[in-house]
Design a protein around this ligand. Structure first.
Ligand code: NDP
Length: 327
């Protein structure tokens, strides 16, 4: 155990293989780091699967035990009995939960993460979380000799399955370099954004922009439908013009016009993300009226459509208000 701790806390320049192509790393890296993954939700599950497939010795834990059991049966991962059990012996512990307070709630008690984490380990929080809470968690862990980085992701469930996620990291860059081989199992673009909390802040703003684009595209297309312009024609023109966005180019053609509305990223989570962006703007005294309004609209949509609704289903509320379907 002592030897492993020494090995993973070396400076990354000692690992010449870090310069090797990604595909050749698996065997070498798997002898270095034991990984624990907590939170096998819509995106956590495929991320953990990529970690297992990359060859890392993996221990998993999930609040609803059946999900963990199913995952362990389908992979070579060991199912832990508690967060503490998962963290014991792990070099890298990854959490992917709805929000930072959920992560904080796993730290304490006899079966909490802190009871299992050893000095020299790193907690990588892939939750789209709150910068201030991440900073508090990092401070608590520092006292135990445990490093922390916030590492929220974007790219959706399909990006997680393909290993093409973007990972936005806040924290010590040397810690990032140490755990980078694990992040590369699911991330293609891994970007150091600043100190602890910077990844969370960037993710919240990115998702606030996503919410703005979904809502504004829905309003514009509903209005055009009322004016007698087919949403299909409208999108063809907008997507060749300056008003286009990921919402207009991908989400609306694939999910709204088709009425498919697949459930990949819950509206409840987008509501949470835009609220974080709005709260950060208030805390920093940065006037952000559009973000504040979008946060309020996402909350109304979430309350009206329920916890299970997908984020793109927010367009259904705009349709209801306008009395027209975007199809
Ligand atoms: P889900 O709601 O699908 O899953 C949440 C996971 O967290 C489940 O494993 C759930 O366990 C667990 N969980 C919830 N609350 C607690 C708690 N208090 N204590 C312990 N475990 C808990 O979320 P996603 O997987 O979609 O999202 C996870 C994170 O990733 C979120 O921060 C989200 O914003 C972000 N994200 C999601 C994307 C997506 O496309 N889905 C894209 C990019 C980021 P249980 O099985 O018991 O419910």
């Amino acid at each position: 155990m002592e030897r492993r701790a020494l090995r993973v806390t070396r400076e990354p320049r000692e690992y010449s293989f870090l310069q090797s192509p990604r595909s050749t790393l698996n065997a070498q890296r798997s002898t270095l780091m034991n990984v624990a993954f907590l939170g096998l939700g819509a995106i956590g599950q495929p991320m953990a699967k990529r970690v297992a497939d990359a060859g890392f010795p993996l221990v998993i834990w999930n609040r609803t035990e059946a999900r963990a059991r199913e995952f362990a049966a389908a992979t070579r991962a060991r199912q832990a009995t508690s967060p503490a059990d998962a963290a014991r012996g792990a070099d890298v512990v990854i959490t992917c939960l709805p929000n930072s307070p959920d992560v904080a709630s796993l730290l304490d008690g006899e079966i909490g993460l802190l009871a299992g984490l050893r000095a020299g380990a790193t907690l990588v929080d892939c939750t789209s979380g709150e910068p201030a809470t991440s900073r508090q968690i990092a401070n608590r862990l520092r006292g135990c000799g445990v490093d922390f980085i916030d590492a929220p992701v974007s790219g959706g469930v399909s990006g997680a399955e393909k290993g093409t996620l973007t990972v936005m990291v806040g924290g010590n860059p040397m810690v990032l370099e140490r755990v980078r081989p694990v992040l590369e199992a699911f991330g293609q673009k891994i970007v150091h954004c600043g100190d602890v909390g910077a990844g969370d802040a960037l993710k919240a703003v990115n998702n606030a922009l996503l919410a703005v684009h979904i809502w504004s595209a829905a309003e514009g297309l509903a209005l055009l439908a009322k004016e007698g312009v087919s949403p299909r024609v409208a999108l063809e023109v907008i997507n060749a013009s300056s008003g286009r966005s990921n919402a207009s180019m991908n989400l609306f053609p694939e999910r709204v016009l088709t009425r498919a509305f697949p459930r990949t990223f819950r509206l409840a989570l987008l509501d949470k993300d835009v609220t974080i962006a709005a709260e950060v703007s208030s805390a920093r005294n940065v006037p952000a009226p559009l973000l504040q309004l979008t946060a309020a609209l996402m909350k109304v949509a979430h309350n009206s459509l329920g916890d299970a609704a997908d984020h793109v289903e927010a367009a259904k509320l705009v349709e209801q208000w306008a009395g027209v379907e975007i199809a």
